[in-house]
Design a protein around this ligand. Structure first.
Ligand code: NI
Length: 254
């Protein structure tokens, strides 16, 4: 059974068959999903989905892409969503200097706002960082949150810095890609008690489904690749990463 620590089932890619698909996944192979939001609309949607499915939990927050568009009282709105018992994390939050859809100043401001909120409420954070390693590390070292760097693609040195802060490394479909050097090195070397498995579906489908719509069942291929690289059984990897997920996202009652 797979625990998917990072998915976006609110995405329009699932509009045609969301309910059917989720029911099938929970019946066949999935024992838990964290649905991760990117803005206030998907935060609301994430909580609604969590209230519909017993094995789906919500993370709420504003992604750096949406930094410029937040309302002045968005933290108050997030707090209302966090009051729901199925809301278990804040994210995805962070910095994205690859696309720069919002100015860097706005990105940093709302990243910091939400790190402070997470500290205040003692909630884990789900971090998005793209081409922004130095600034992301600066804020993480400053606030030392509980949390995970999702879809980690940095070097083993950066992975060690993250682990020293006390955080986790999220690994997804990228470890199966042919050109994926860093994710494979990290998957091999990071202590097993620091790894979380994720899909980031509908994006990032692993090989052999690369390019098609991803769903949580495809975590199988990511798990097989990591287990192979570490020379351990898939069952052991799944058990360890599930335990890590439940430890970090401690509000999940499973
Ligand atoms: Ni994501």
């Amino acid at each position: 059974m797979f625990f998917d620590s990072h998915a976006h089932y609110d995405d329009k890619a699932f509009d045609e068959d969301r309910d059917e698909l989720l029911k099938k996944l929970f019946n066949i192979c999935v024992c838990g999903i964290i649905n991760v939001a990117c803005n206030m609309t998907t935060s609301q949607r994430s909580v609604e989905l969590a209230n519909l499915y017993p094995l789906l939990w919500a993370s709420v927050g504003v992604h750096p892409h949406d930094a410029e568009n937040v309302s002045h009282d968005y933290i108050e709105s997030l707090k209302k969503l966090i009051a729901n018992e199925k809301t278990i994390a804040i994210g995805e939050i962070g910095l994205d200097y690859h696309y720069n859809f919002s100015p860097r100043g706005a990105q940093k401001r709302i990243f910091e706002d939400q790190l402070i909120l997470a500290k205040e409420l003692d909630l884990p954070v789900i971090i998005h960082s793209r081409d922004a390693t130095a600034d992301t590390l600066y804020f993480l070292k400053k606030y030392k949150p509980r949390g995970v760097i999702h879809c980690f693609s940095g070097s083993t040195e950066i992975a060690n810095e993250i682990i020293n802060i006390g955080m986790y490394i999220g690994l997804g479909g990228a470890v199966t890609f042919k050109n994926a050097k860093n994710p494979v090195l990290v998957a091999k070397s990071v202590p097993i008690d620091r790894i979380l498995l994720e899909t980031d579906c509908p994006y990032m489908a692993p090989v052999p489904y690369r390019g098609s719509r991803c769903d949580s069942s495809m975590i199988k291929f990511t798990a097989e690749k990591i287990a192979l690289e570490r020379n351990i059984s898939v069952d052991d990897l799944l058990a360890a990463t599930k335990e890590n997920t439940l430890k970090l996202f401690y509000k999940i009652k499973n």
